[in-house]
Design a protein around this ligand. Structure first.
Ligand SMILES: [Zn+2]
Length: 217
């Protein structure tokens, strides 16, 4: 993570507390030649941007991203909010993003909710906490019913979430086996299918995918 930090002031949208929080300085570009993971997580150092975009009120515990959100204290005091729906995650960025996902979903802001649950998974990936990362991917999969993918980008992100959660068999065949107009999507879907067949739930980058198929030439 970047060593540079900056201090941000936030007004809590629940209890009204004005608090200061120190966050890493936001990087603006990925490293040279670095490609994203297959779930579109950016390469370092850009990937660490998410750690500077989540804020937790020290007084009441309400968590927000860059966008101001307002909730009642009842919501923050509910055991579902405190325990992250019974998951009892350790305090930290993963739990904070999960709670942001819950708040966004409650506001029917489903796109940002899905994104927050995926970021929670990334935070647990970084912490080496595979079990909790899987729970966050399972939450994304549950959301997929109300927020199905609409384009190749969405399908690729979802395919990776299903595989990394060990549930690729549940990823709809009609999406997986579709003949996409672009070769890149077809190639990534083929890569995902191969890895899933091997029971492989590890993270891969776009470069891994390119390397795999360049060997065939
Ligand atoms: Zn507060």
């Amino acid at each position: 993570m970047s060593e540079k930090t900056t201090t941000i002031k936030k007004r809590c949208g629940c209890c009204g507390e004005l608090y200061e929080t120190t966050v890493p300085v936001l990087p603006t570009t990925a490293g040279p030649g670095e490609l994203s993971d297959l779930d579109q997580r950016p390469a370092p150092p850009l990937r660490n941007a998410m750690y500077s975009q989540i804020f937790r009120c020290p007084r009441c515990g309400f968590t927000v991203g860059p966008k101001m959100r307002v909730v009642s204290e009842d919501f923050v005091l509910e055991s579902a909010y405190i325990t992250c729906e019974g998951n009892n995650f350790p305090d930290g960025t993963g739990a904070d993003y999960y709670r942001l996902g819950m708040t966004s979903e409650r506001e029917r802001d489903l796109v940002n909710s899905f994104e927050a649950f995926l970021r929670a998974a990334w935070a647990f990936d970084d912490a080496g906490d595979e079990a909790n990362a899987k729970k966050c991917r399972d939450r994304c999969i549950a959301m997929n019913k109300v927020l199905p993918g609409k384009n190749s980008y969405d399908y690729l992100v979802r395919a990776d979430i299903f595989r990394r959660a060990g549930r690729f068999a549940e990823f709809p065949d009609e999406i997986k086996n579709q003949h996409y107009p672009d070769g890149l999507t077809n190639m990534i879907m083929k890569f995902q299918s191969e890895k899933a067949a091997e029971g492989d739930t590890k993270a891969y980058t776009m470069k891994d995918c390119f390397d795999r198929f360049s060997k065939e030439k």
